[in-house]
Design a protein around this ligand. Structure first.
Ligand SMILES: [Zn+2]
Length: 130
């Protein structure tokens, strides 16, 4: 054991913990759904808003999928994106692809996040452990 540090290049968008939540409309009770605003059987709202944390795994150096990266630099910033390269293998840095961009924009849209194409960039993630 001992100190180890690594840096990743990640293509994606920077976010805070609160940004990775999504508000969903869920049924207010278990009775059959009708077109009304309230349930005719129990009087509860047909739909209620529920805030959910988006379930996204932390990424690692060879991650191929969209993942969450946490940086120890600049107050523990977090980035959602694709890893392009990392310090142990810096000779092989990938470029962001249109597929990555589409996946990021789909993710933003799917979860109704307040981000857009302008927020996508290559970020440096610094990670260290003792
Ligand atoms: Zn009901």
């Amino acid at each position: 054991m001992g100190y180890s540090a690594s840096a990743y290049l990640v293509y994606g968008f920077k976010c805070s913990k609160i940004d990775l939540q999504t508000v969903k409309q869920v049924r207010g009770c278990n009775h059959p759904q009708t077109g009304g605003k309230f349930c005719p059987e129990c009087g509860k709202p047909m739909f209620v808003e529920k805030t959910e944390t988006i379930d996204l795994d932390y990424g690692y150096e060879n991650e191929k999928n969209l993942a969450l990266y946490s940086s120890d630099y600049e107050s523990y910033e977090r980035v959602v994106g694709f890893v392009l390269g990392y310090t142990d293998s810096i000779s092989e840095v990938n470029m962001p692809t249109p597929e990555m961009k589409k996946a990021l924009l789909d993710f933003i849209q799917e979860h109704n996040l307040d981000y857009n194409e302008m927020h996508l960039a290559v970020k440096l993630i610094l990670h260290h452990s003792y």
